[in-house]
Design a binder for this molecule. Structure first.
Ligand SMILES: Cc1cc2nc3c(=O)[nH]c(=O)nc-3n(C[C@H](O)[C@H](O)[C@H](O)COP(=O)(O)OP(=O)(O)OC[C@H]3O[C@@H](n4cnc5c(N)ncnc54)[C@H](O)[C@@H]3O)c2cc1C
Length: 366
């Protein structure tokens, strides 16, 4: 395909990071194109659980952890604005999260995480067993200690993505699907997006500014060679595979997110009940591992007995978190270029999207 169009801004990758950034940029009057190698938001942003949970994720006072807290604060307005502009529903629930510890070692981890979160202003309180069971009546019998994070929340990421697509179409943005970008090449005072072969033989479109937001695939796209000697090399993106398992239960059976030792279980407003998730560095293998699914279900059964029975009725899928070398996303401008890197949101891209989008739109416009 040869598109002759020229855009102010081209975004490579139509996951939640690319789409939300495109929305904020188009609101500022830019003519934006988003290009994806598949359908829009068909990868991590579709596979994700959608927990908005600085309480479960932040382990210390580092910039990206601060950004998760800011992003969580932005979410109610982000969702309200997106619902209003698109006319579409978005299941967003400020339900809190219960972190359960059934032994001293897990409790010690929770205590040290809580201490590390204090400078970030993340609120957690210890609750007794009676209150824990009131919040999550399905919890297994036996004693436990627990922390309650009242600010952790859930959103349905597929509904956010659908709403973003909708508002972008309304705004006249070009949403180009099934075009795999292989290179971003210098072209006069702007850039062309190239497709086809490693050399990028075909010109797809031209833009004055490019945002690279291709998630776990971002390092596969060639950048202009002249940038190589200027500043630090872009950090390498890498896929970190995760499994989720879903069943349908009566809505309201599970109110807060329930977590134990990296396992989480929660329910959406419509009754979809999810449990996950593991982390595997196995490349882009799309086949769910039966052993991983069984392990998640075994652990879930120990936490919330019977919730996912019978096992045959559940569905499972995998997704590729955009992992990154080092900590926190690669979110910066390449020196002396109008190319922004926006990948590596790892476990928190759904949460961070409003913050990343606002930050990039401000930087690019400014
Ligand atoms: C199992 C699982 C559970 C998760 N749970 C949560 C959660 O609870 N909360 C949370 O905040 N985050 C969660 N995440 C992480 C979250 O999904 C990601 O951080 C987020 O979706 C990243 O968005 P993205 O737009 O950067 O990447 P993606 O959604 O992967 O989007 C990248 C896009 O780039 C496209 N692309 C790739 N290569 C090219 C190319 N060459 N040319 C053009 N397009 C290309 C892809 O097709 C894709 O659509 C979870 C992830 C997984 C896998």
């Amino acid at each position: 395909m040869k598109l002759q169009n020229t855009f102010d801004i081209a975004i490579v990758g139509g996951g939640i990071i690319g789409l939300s950034t495109a929305w904020r940029l188009s609101q500022r009057g830019f003519l934006v194109a988003v290009v994806d190698s598949g359908p829009m938001a068909g990868e991590a942003s579709m596979a994700a659980a959608g927990m908005l949970a600085p309480g479960g994720e932040a382990h210390g006072d580092v910039p990206w952890a601060r950004h998760t807290v800011e992003a969580r604060r932005m979410y109610p307005d982000f969702v309200a604005e997106l619902k209003g502009a698109s006319g579409l529903e978005i299941d967003f629930r400020e339900c809190g999260a219960l972190d359960v510890a059934s032994n001293d070692a897990v409790w010690a981890d929770l205590e040290s995480r809580r201490a590390a979160q204090e400078p970030l202003g993340i609120q957690a309180r210890e609750i007794g067993e009676a209150e824990g069971r009131e919040l999550a009546p399905l919890l297994r019998p036996g004693s436990f200690r627990a922390l309650f994070y009242s600010d952790d929340a859930i959103v349905d990421p597929c509904q956010v993505n659908a709403a973003l697509e909708n508002v972008l179409r309304q705004a006249g943005a070009a949403l180009v699907t099934r075009e795999r970008v292989t290179a971003i090449a210098v072209d006069g005072d702007g850039y062309t997006l190239r497709t086809g072969g490693a050399a990028g033989d075909n010109i797809l479109l031209r833009a004055g500014t490019v945002v690279l937001a291709a998630g776990a695939w971002s390092s596969q796209i060639a950048l202009p060679e002249r940038t190589a000697s200027l500043g630090p090399a872009p950090r390498r993106a890498l896929p970190v595979r995760g499994h989720l398992v879903e069943c349908r239960r009566t809505p309201g059976m599970l109110r807060p997110i329930v977590r134990e030792n990296h396992l989480y279980v929660f329910q959406r407003g419509g009754g979809e009940t999810l449990t996950g998730s593991n982390e595997e560095r196995v490349g882009f293998d799309r086949n769910p591992s039966p052993a991983a699914v069984e392990e998640i279900l075994d652990r879930t059964d120990r936490l919330l007995p019977g919730l996912f029975a019978p096992r045959e009725a559940n569905s499972a899928w995998v997704g590729f978190r955009p992992g990154i070398e080092g900590e926190g996303p690669e979110l910066r401008r390449l020196p002396e270029e109008r190319i922004w890197l926006a990948y590596g949101h790892y476990r928190n891209g759904i949460l961070l999207a409003p913050h990343t989008a606002a930050y990039l739109a401000g930087e690019i416009a400014g």
